[in-house]
Design a protein around this ligand. Structure first.
Ligand code: ATP
Ligand code: MG
Length: 410
C-alpha cells in the first residue's frame, strides 16, 4: 500500500487528556480514533493489527474443535430474566426500549444466548461435547473508560462456550482451552502469567486470568518465580517473598498486569436456571455442564503497545505487525516502484512511503508506526536497500534478492 493513500495521516502530538501510552501512540500513529469516552474506531492500520490477532486466536480455537459462528448483539429482556441477570448485572448493561416499549440489552456477554441455542438444538449425550465461538462487539457500561483501548465501553471480544455431559469432561476441555490461550499469547509475543481468580457473582468456582506483565497494568498479580503458580490480588492472602504455596520452593513475586483473557468453568448453574438438559446413556435427563472463555482482542492490541514501545513510537511484535516491511523512499532513489512490485510479487506486505517529504519526517513516522523492518532506498543506497530493524540501530545494505530471502526465512 502507498503511504500517500493511507488514511489518516499521523499526528505530531497526542490528543489532549490521553494519559496512557496506548492511547497516545495508537492515536498519533493513526491506528484508532476516539468517538467518545470508551468508544473507538479501528482505522485501517488498527484494523490490520486486530485482524492478525483474531486470526491467531481463530487458528487456536479451531485446533481445539471450536466452531466459529456469529451471534446477535441485540438481546430481548426475557432471556436475561431467565437467569435473573437482567437485574443482577444491571450496572454493566446498556438497556434500551423500542418505540413499542419492548425492552432489550446490548450484548455484554453471551452465556444466555448460547444456552438458548443449546436448549433448542441438543437432545442426547451423543450431541455433546460442543464448543462454539464468535468474534463480536461487547457493550459494557464501564464507569472509568480511561486507559485508551484497554477499557472500552464497546470493544471486540472472542468468546468461546463449551457444553459437556460431565464435570470431568468440562474440566478436561477447560485445560485444553488454557493451553490454547497460552499458545495464543506466546505466539503474539507477550510475557504473561496465568493467575487464579475468583469467579465473581455468577460462579463459585475459581477461574483463570491471563495477565500480561506490564508496569502500567491495572491489576496486581502474584506468581511463583519457579513454577507456574499464579494468583490475582483478590484471592491470594500472602505477600511478596513468601514461599510458593504450590511448589513450596520458589519465592512469590508481585507485579502489575493487564488482563487479556479469562476462562470460566461455570458448571451447571446456567443449565439449571434455563432448563438446558440432555438425555444421558441411562435415559435420564441431566443439565449440561458449561464453560465460557474470553479474549479481548482490542485490549490485546493496546496491551502490546503498552509493553513494546519507546520514546519515538510503537515497536510491533512480529506476529501482529500491520505490515511486513516499511519501504521508505528518499529523494534521489531509483526504481522504488520496481522494488515495491518485486516485494508484493513475493507476498510481502509492504507499506511504501512514496510521499514527497524530507527524510527526517519520514523516519519519524516510520518509528511512530513501528513496523518491525524498515527498508530505505535513496540516492546513497544505489541499487541496494538499507535494512534496519525497528528495535535496533544497526543498518545493513542488501540487494533485493537478499532482502527477500531474509524476509522469507523469518
Ligand atoms: P476487567 O476486570 O478488566 O474489567 P472483566 O474481568 O470484566 O475485565 P471478562 O468478562 O473476563 O472481563 O472479559 C474477557 C476479556 O475481555 C477480558 O479478559 C479482557 O481481555 C476483555 N475486556 C473486558 N472488559 C473490557 C473492556 N472494557 N474493554 C476492552 N476489553 C475488555
Ligand atoms: Mg475477567
Amino acid at each position: 500500500m502507498k503511504q500517500s493513500e493511507l488514511f489518516p495521516k499521523t499526528r505530531k502530538t497526542a490528543p489532549k487528556g490521553a494519559e496512557s501510552i496506548n492511547h497516545q501512540l495508537l492515536v498519533r500513529a493513526g491506528f484508532m480514533d476516539q468517538l467518545m469516552a470508551g468508544s473507538w474506531t479501528l482505522l485501517p492500520l488498527g484494523f490490520r493489527v486486530v485482524s492478525k490477532i483474531n486470526q491467531i486466536i481463530r487458528e487456536e480455537m479451531n485446533a481445539i474443535g471450536g466452531q466459529e459462528m456469529l451471534m446477535p448483539l441485540l438481546h430481548p429482556k426475557s432471556i436475561w430474566n431467565e437467569t435473573e441477570r437482567w437485574d443482577k448485572a444491571s450496572e454493566i448493561m446498556y438497556k434500551l426500549k423500542d418505540p413499542r416499549g419492548k425492552e432489550y440489552v446490548l450484548s455484554f456477554t453471551h452465556e444466555e444466548i448460547v444456552m438458548d441455542l443449546i436448549r433448542k438444538n441438543i437432545n442426547s449425550y451423543q450431541d455433546l461435547p460442543l464448543a462454539v465461538y464468535h468474534f463480536s462487539t461487547k457493550f459494557r457500561n464501564e464507569p472509568r473508560a480511561k486507559s485508551g483501548i484497554l477499557r472500552g465501553r464497546e470493544f471486540m471480544m472472542k468468546d468461546l462456550y463449551s457444553t459437556h455431559a460431565t464435570e470431568k469432561d468440562l474440566y478436561s476441555y477447560y485445560e485444553k482451552v488454557k493451553q490454547a490461550y497460552s499458545k495464543i499469547f506466546k505466539r503474539i509475543g507477550f510475557d504473561f502469567r496465568i493467575t487464579e481468580a475468583a469467579g465473581g457473582v455468577f460462579t463459585d468456582r475459581n477461574t483463570h486470568e491471563f495477565q500480561v506483565i506490564a508496569e502500567n497494568g491495572e491489576d496486581t498479580i502474584y506468581f511463583c518465580q519457579n513454577c507456574e503458580w499464579g494468583s490475582n490480588k483478590e484471592i491470594f492472602k500472602g505477600k511478596e517473598g513468601d514461599i510458593c504455596p504450590s511448589c513450596k520452593s520458589g519465592k512469590v513475586k508481585i507485579s502489575r498486569g493487564i488482563e487479556v483473557g479469562n476462562i470460566f468453568p461455570l458448571g451447571k448453574w446456567y443449565a439449571e436456571k434455563m432448563g438446558v438438559n440432555f438425555t444421558d446413556k441411562d435415559g435420564s435427563l441431566k443439565p449440561v455442564w458449561f464453560g465460557s472463555y474470553g479474549i479481548g482482542s482490542t485490549r490485546v492490541m493496546g496491551a502490546a503497545v503498552e509493553v513494546s514501545n519507546e520514546d519515538k513510537g510503537i515497536i510491533w511484535f512480529d506476529a501482529i505487525k500491520p505490515f511486513d516491511v516499511h519501504l521508505v523512499e528518499l529523494t534521489g532513489a531509483k526504481k522504488t516502484a520496481e522494488i515495491y512490485k518485486t516485494l508484493i510479487e513475493n507476498k510481502i506486505d509492504v507499506l511504501w512511503d512514496d510521499r514527497e517529504l524530507g527524510a527526517g519526517e519520514k523516519f519519524a513516522d516510520s518509528d511512530l508506526i513501528g513496523i518491525p523492518i524498515r527498508l530505505v532506498v535513496s540516492e546513497k543506497t544505489g541499487s541496494e536497500l538499507e535494512w534496519k530493524l525497528r528495535s535496533s540501530d544497526k543498518l545493513k545494505l542488501m540487494a533485493i534478492d537478499e532482502v527477500i530471502n531474509k524476509l522469507k526465512a523469518r
